[in-house]
Design a protein around this ligand. Structure first.
Ligand code: FES
Ligand SMILES: [Fe+2]
Length: 411
């Protein structure tokens, strides 16, 4: 992120902390219809038009330790076989054998020099080519070259393997560039996993996502944890192209010492900006990725639908590398505090879903401070297509005039 953008964000935080009202002309945001969180047909549209057409962070590259290592990733209802080739290139395929469709591998992960279907042993090489068929002569005229594993779009960035089930999708950076392009000084691929938590939540995936898009709640549900340290009023929000957004919230100066930011055993990510040390700088990358950045670590929080009233929240914390030695003790000491904040965030989600399902509420009401949520819903509607939104469920596009212009990106 360039210096002028950092300076602008800092002055926005000061302006926000001092303001007495939203900026002139900011609209009253209409309620978001409750049925967007409860209607199965809306979820089907989201799966089909968003989750199966977007770049999604699937696994860390290091999960594929060596050539032939594979992982089956299955978060959006399509089993995807991700494999590292002999050439070290990571490829993705449908985990669907071209013979009769059995899972090529039923194991969630493993390693082999060939991908041999466990049903009748059709075998594929690590590039997906069909190389062996038992009793091949009985498949009269079988063209092996036309029956390789079906490829899925796959690109890597920051040590993540991203997949996209849409063959027509643009390149990965076209989608994620507006957010990750601002982290140019941090090489995310060098970071190591220090936190791994997957939670099944009794709420629609968007209700969980909404909870991480605002700091209006921090002085209440986080009052005994992070709420004390952050100044929720000193909050700069950038609505970025594509439904993405950025939220930068300043720590109280006294809190930096309490948090141990100056302590030599507090981890510090190489390339982190001053802003990552004295603020929480969180991004939302459409459609389902929230990434709070602090100089200590970056969390990748992903929200996966599991039916209309359930979702999975997957949190992967990435900290600075520690070479060949043991993982620093810091992470064991800090783990309970990190878990406590997430527990606090999750505590209300089930009751929200029950209220939305009960018919008690026509919708959820959003303030100026919660505008990132509205911005994300606008992007959901654009991705689904206005003509396909069920009657009464659309959100009116209102916020584009309050969005930032794309900023210059580092790479
Ligand atoms: S289904 Fe895979 S070999 Fe028969
Ligand atoms: Fe929170």
């Amino acid at each position: 992120m360039d210096q002028s953008t950092q300076d602008r964000i800092r002055s926005e935080m000061e302006w926000e902390a001092a303001r007495k009202a939203p900026p002139e002309g900011f609209p009253a945001l209409p309620p978001i219809a409750a049925a967007r969180y409860t209607d199965p047909s809306f979820l089907e549209l989201e799966i089909e038009r968003i989750f199966r057409r977007s770049w999604l962070a699937a696994i860390r590259v290091e999960e594929l330790e060596s050539s032939g290592s594979f992982v089956v990733w299955d978060k959006v209802g399509v089993p995807v076989l991700i494999v590292r080739g002999k050439d070290d290139v990571v490829r993705a395929f449908h985990n669907s054998c071209r013979h009769r469709g059995a899972a090529v591998t039923p194991a969630a992960r493993g390693r082999g020099s060939l991908l041999r279907c466990q049903y009748h042993s059709w075998s594929y090489d690590l590039t997906g080519r069909l190389v062996a068929v038992p009793d091949e002569q009985d498949f009269c005229g079988l063209d092996k070259s036309a029956n390789g594993l079906i490829p899925i779009r796959c690109e890597t960035w920051g040590g993540w393997v991203f997949v996209n089930l849409d063959d027509e999708a643009g390149p990965l950076m076209q989608q994620i560039g507006p957010t990750v392009g601002e982290w140019g000084d941090i090489d995310v691929s060098t970071l190591r996993v220090v936190q791994n938590q997957t939670s099944l939540l009794d709420c629609n995936w968007k209700a969980a996502l909404d909870a991480f898009q605002e700091v209006y709640h921090i002085n209440t549900i986080h009052r005994d944890s992070i709420g004390k340290a952050l100044n929720s009023r000193a909050c700069s929000i950038g609505l970025l192209p594509g439904g993405h957004s950025r939220m930068v919230v300043r720590y109280h100066p006294w809190a930096l010492e309490t948090l141990g930011m100056d302590s030599p055993d507090t981890p510090s990510i190489p390339g982190a900006l001053d802003m990552h040390r004295d603020t929480s700088t969180a991004y939302f990358t459409f459609p389902n990725l929230v990434t709070p950045i602090r100089s200590i670590f970056i969390q990748f929080m992903q929200f996966w639908p599991r039916g209309v009233g359930q979702c999975e929240m997957q949190v992967t914390g990435l900290g600075p590398g520690w070479g060949d030695g043991p993982r620093p003790d810091y992470w064991d000491r800090a783990a309970p505090a990190f878990a406590k904040v997430l527990d606090e965030d999750m505590a209300n989600l089930g009751s929200i879903q029950r209220s939305l399902s009960s018919g008690a509420l026509d919708g959820v009401r959003l303030s100026y401070q919660e505008r990132r949520i509205y911005w994300a819903h606008e992007a959901i509607d654009r991705a689904i297509g206005a003509d396909s939104i069920p009657p009464g469920l659309a959100v009116s596009p209102l916020l584009s005039t309050f969005a930032e212009q794309p900023v210059a990106t580092a790479h």
